[in-house]
Write a protein that binds this ligand. Structure first.
Ligand code: ZN
Length: 625
């Protein structure tokens, strides 16, 4: 099933690099007040919500069934935002302040007690630009995650222990005008006609779900049932049915791909997409898919795949802290490539290079995957694309068998509960052995390697001696120990050489039975990196091929010209980076115009990264005077 060619055997570095401290509790506490758990474990939420679209209010009751996690419990709090509680059955008293609902029990409770609270509340449910509870002209819907304040937004709809780690089963009873349809997590448990112009839709989910994944959506939905896979439904605006049939054409294949690579769909209920004005969001069993993406084409398959894969990664194995959110988002982003792999290994690698690695390298972001300090760092190219690149690289190092065995044991041990980053590392090391040298720089460190590579060759009797020098130039991050590959091409044959780059300024010597013509670094795109290739020792391939790019003059002052044989009739997309990885200029050069205007760029050493039509890429070092 996993068809990427494995070129590495089991490697281990010659020495273990310095081991960084792995924070189990990352440093985001002041930002998101999520680290404190209340001394309760919620077992079940039963929501009854009456929606008034005219006044844009809800009138609701939530029954919360919970057990104390410590003895002599009398006081604890749940979370509820901007909604007013009128009564709590099961409490001797309650009060609200900010987002907290403080509960006092009539008698102290122990860990063997089960407590049931019935909480009546009403008001205008709040929203942010993306997350929260929205009254839209066509749709009333709740989004469980936000990007501005606390990402856990269960509290925007119902009183809850709004922490990703406290999972519970759910029932939803949603009362709406009888012209509308209400969908929620889980499976339908029937519809009641209230004989007053309203219907109450009952949805039930038996398995445990985090509060940020609970959601309801109400609209004039047409319910479509996938013709191939009876578990799959689509809830789409009645006027978009034809477009939906086109846009969801591959969903059954997608589910089959993930069931083949990961595990059977882990939920006993439906899987569905729900058309909503904004999206996309992986609410359990009902992904919210942005309305504009339902346009009849399969262009947004990558997005459908990303959200579907969250049913495993994030929804079933859930990060304990939001600072470990890469355990959801990197896995989902990498799942986009896993979906593309169902078309073939070329499609997989093309997707990894152009849709995962490149967006990260172009972002200029240089902070660690674990340990974000701001919301912008948490929901970033680093979390999504760098993290997905880490999974791609890890798979190249481990090989498919060990990599997916590690995925399997990690999933099996943590499904329906929570995980930390160290749990994932432990399971991958269980299949491979020591991986500190990989995870420490890539997950807990900053940035990526910028390689400085030169190669030269001399004839030795009937053979050729090739010398490769490799250094790392990044200034903001630590050393990256990695296996590296070079494709040495001759006129009649070629050879792939590999070694472990585990010391700075490393020199390796190889004997070849043919005369090299060119040396290409990382031909399989196995490393998230940029490389500066020394030019003076290189020999150009014949015109018509794609060879090494060089810049002239170099050093340059006001402008320089890109010379890259074989690309004379192609557009070049060119980025100039400084050595910390930040973009200082980005432009497209027409075939007739190959001169870079350097005015305004401070003196210093830069990297010029150019991509020609067909996504052939070269990078060269440029000194600006
Ligand atoms: Zn996602």
């Amino acid at each position: 099933m996993h068809i990427i060619l494995i070129l590495f055997a089991m490697y281990s570095p010659r020495f273990s690099p310095m081991v960084l401290t792995r924070p189990l509790t990352p440093a985001l506490q002041p930002l998101y007040q999520e680290f404190d758990l209340e001394p309760v474990d919620v077992l079940h939420y039963d929501l009854s919500i009456d929606i008034d679209r005219v006044t844009e209010t809800i009138d609701a009751t939530t029954e919360v069934t919970l057990v104390p996690t410590e003895n002599n419990l009398t006081d604890f709090k749940l979370y509820l935002k901007s909604l007013t509680v009128s009564h709590v059955t099961g409490a001797s008293s309650f009060s609200q302040a900010g987002d907290s609902l403080f509960i006092t029990l009539p008698t102290p409770a122990s860990t063997s007690d089960t407590i049931q609270l019935v909480i009546d509340y009403s008001g205008t449910p709040p929203s942010e630009s993306w997350g929260g509870f929205h009254f839209h002209p066509y749709v009333t819907y709740h989004m469980g995650v936000g990007f501005v304040s606390d990402p856990s937004m269960g509290k925007y709809m119902f009183p809850c222990h709004d922490r990703p780690s406290d999972k519970a089963s759910f029932d939803f009873h949603i009362t709406v005008p009888d012209t509308l349809y209400a969908v929620a997590n889980g499976d339908s448990a029937g519809v009641t006609d209230n004989m007053d112009g309203t219907l109450t839709y009952h949805w039930t989910l038996d398995q445990p779900m985090s509060t940020y994944l609970a959601a309801i959506s109400v609209a004039d939905y047409t319910v479509l049932h996938d013709s191939t896979d009876s578990r799959i439904y689509y809830y789409v605006y009645s006027w978009d049915v034809d477009d939906a049939l086109g846009s969801f054409a591959n969903v059954d294949l997608m589910l089959a791909q993930f069931e083949s690579v990961y595990s059977s769909y882990p939920w006993d209920c439906k899987f569905s997409y729900v058309q909503t004005p904004t999206g996309d969001m992986e609410h359990l069993s009902q992904v919210y898919h942005i309305a504009s993406a339902i346009n009849g084409s399969t262009y947004y398959d990558w997005l459908l795949a990303h959200e579907m894969s969250h049913m495993w990664w994030g929804n079933c194995v859930t990060e304990r802290y939001w600072t470990d959110v890469w355990l959801s988002e990197s896995f989902a982003t990498y799942s986009e490539a896993i979906w593309m792999e169902s078309y073939g290994e070329i499609e997989y690698l093309d997707y990894v290079v152009n849709n995962i690695m490149k967006p990260y390298l172009n972002s200029g972001e240089l902070f660690p995957i674990v340990g974000a300090e701001t919301p912008a760092e948490l929901w970033s190219n680093t979390t999504y694309e760098k993290g997905a690149s880490v999974l791609h690289m890890l798979r190249q190092i481990m090989g498919d068998t060990a990599f997916f065995a590690g995925y399997d044991t990690y999933f099996d041990h943590h499904k329906y509960t929570i995980a930390h980053t160290v749990d994932f590392i432990d399971h991958m090391e269980g299949q491979y052995g020591e991986l500190d040298w990989f995870f420490d720089p890539w997950v807990y460190g900053e940035g990526y390697p910028i390689y400085d590579i030169t190669s030269s060759w001399v004839q030795q009797g009937s053979q050729w001696q090739l010398t490769v020098n490799i250094g790392q130039m990044q200034t903001v991050s630590n050393f990256f120990t990695m296996p590296v590959e070079f494709l040495v091409e001759g006129t009649a044959s070629d050879s792939l050489i590999t070694f472990f780059n585990d010391v700075p300024d490393q020199e390796e010597i190889f004997l070849l039975p043919f005369e090299p013509v060119s040396v290409e670094f990382d031909p399989g795109s196995k490393i998230l990196s940029t490389a500066v290739l020394g030019v003076e020792e290189q020999t150009y391939p014949p015109i018509g091929g794609v060879g090494t790019m060089y810049l002239g003059p170099n050093p340059a002052s006001e402008n320089c010209t890109i010379n890259w044989l074989g690309t004379g009739d192609m557009f070049l997309n060119v980025c100039i980076y400084d050595l910390s990885g930040r973009i200082v200029q980005s432009r497209t050069l027409e075939p007739s115009m190959r001169t870079l205007d350097l005015s305004g760029i401070p003196a210093g050493t830069y990297l010029v990264d150019a991509v020609a039509t067909g996504n052939v890429r070269q990078t060269a070092r440029l000194v600006i005077l």
